[in-house]
Design a binder for this molecule. Structure first.
Ligand code: NAD
Length: 260
C-alpha cells in the first residue's frame, strides 16, 4: 500500500488543480451509515423509494417518518480524520475544492471552505408551494406533534436535499466546471453508482480511488487504495506533514462508541 501512497504523493505534486469527490463512505467513521457498503442502509430499505420525489408526493408521512430521524442524526454528527485531511489540504493549497454527494455538512464543519454540496444538505426545508424556507427543526417539531410538516401557507414542506427524481441543482453545474479544469481527482468513499455525479471521474486525466470495496473506475485509476478513508487520511497526513486538527482523535473515539 505504501507504493500506492507514493503514487498519490507524486500525482499531488504534479497536479496543477486537484479536486476531491466524496461520498457516504467518508462519513461512516462519523457514525453515519452509507447506502451500499457492507453495513449500508440499502440492505434494509430501498432509499430510491424512500428518498424520492414520488414518495414525498404519494406518501408524505412515510417520507418524513423514515427520513427525518436519520437526517437529525446527520446534523449532530462530527467530522472524522478524512474530513479534516481535506480541510488541511485545502489550507495547504494542495486541494482546490470538494465535490460532495453527502448531505451531512461535515466538510464545512471540518473547516473546508470550497465545498460543492451537489445533493444539497439537511439543514433546511422549504415550502413546495410558496418556497418559504425554515430550519429542519421546524419539520421535526411538527412531526413530534403528529402533524405533517407544512408551511404557514398550507403547502407541504420538503428538505433542501436533492431527492431521487429531482433535477440537479446549480451547485452541480458549478462543480462540473471545476472538475473540467482539474488535473487530478481523489474519490473518497463513493461506490460511484449514483448518476450524474458518478460520471465526473471521466472528466479528469488522473484519478485516485480510496474505497473499501471495488468500483467500476478502479481499472482506469492511477492509484486504488483499498482502505478506510480514515486510515488513508492519517497515512497521507503523516507523509504530507499535515495536522489533522485537535478534535480528530476525540471525534474518532466518540464516533466509534456511537456507531449505529
Ligand atoms: P454509497 O453508499 O453508494 O457508497 C459508499 C462506498 O463507500 C461503498 O462502496 C463502501 O464500500 C465505501 N465505504 C464505506 N465506508 C468506508 C470507509 N470508512 N472508507 C472507505 N470506503 C468506505 O455512497 P455514495 O456513492 O455517496 O452514494 C450514495 C448516495 O447516498 C449519495 O447520493 C449521498 O447523497 C447519499 N447518502 C449520503 C450520506 C451522508 O450525507 N453521509 C449517507 C448515506 C447516503
Amino acid at each position: 500500500m505504501s507504493a500506492e501512497l507514493d503514487r498519490v504523493l507524486d500525482l499531488l505534486k504534479n497536479s496543477h488543480k486537484t479536486v476531491a469527490l466524496t461520498g457516504a463512505g467518508i462519513s461512516t467513521e462519523s457514525g453515519i451509515p452509507d447506502y451500499r457498503g457492507p453495513h449500508g442502509l440499502w440492505r434494509s430499505v430501498d432509499p430510491m423509494k424512500c428518498v424520492s420525489v414520488d414518495t414525498l408526493r404519494s406518501d408524505p408521512w412515510l417520507f418524513w417518518r423514515f427520513n427525518l430521524p436519520r437526517w437529525l442524526e446527520y446534523a449532530s454528527a462530527r467530522p472524522n480524520a478524512a474530513h479534516y485531511l481535506l480541510a488541511s489540504m485545502e489550507a495547504a493549497k494542495l486541494l482546490d475544492c470538494i465535490v460532495t454527494q453527502n448531505i451531512d455538512g461535515l466538510h464545512r464543519k471540518a473547516g473546508s471552505s470550497k465545498v460543492y454540496e451537489v445533493h444539497g444538505n439537511v439543514e433546511r426545508v422549504y415550502c413546495t408551494r410558496c418556497h418559504a424556507r425554515y430550519p429542519m427543526a421546524e419539520a421535526y417539531e411538527q412531526l413530534q406533534q403528529d402533524r405533517l410538516p407544512t408551511c404557514t401557507c398550507g403547502g407541504l414542506l420538503r428538505p433542501e436535499v436533492v431527492l431521487f427524481g429531482d433535477p440537479m441543482p446549480e451547485a452541480f453545474y458549478a462543480a462540473l466546471e471545476e472538475v473540467e479544469s482539474a488535473e487530478l481527482m481523489i474519490v473518497m468513499g463513493s461506490s460511484l453508482q449514483v448518476y450524474p455525479v458518478a460520471s465526473l471521474p471521466d472528466l479528469v486525466p488522473h484519478l485516485v480511488i480510496v474505497n473499501l470495496e471495488p468500483t467500476s473506475y478502479d481499472e482506469r485509476a492511477d492509484a486504488v487504495l483499498r482502505m478506510s478513508t480514515g486510515q488513508f487520511a492519517r497515512e497521507l497526513a503523516e507523509r504530507l506533514g499535515l495536522d489533522l486538527g485537535t478534535g480528530e482523535r476525540g471525534d474518532a473515539d466518540e464516533n466509534t462508541n456511537h456507531k449505529r
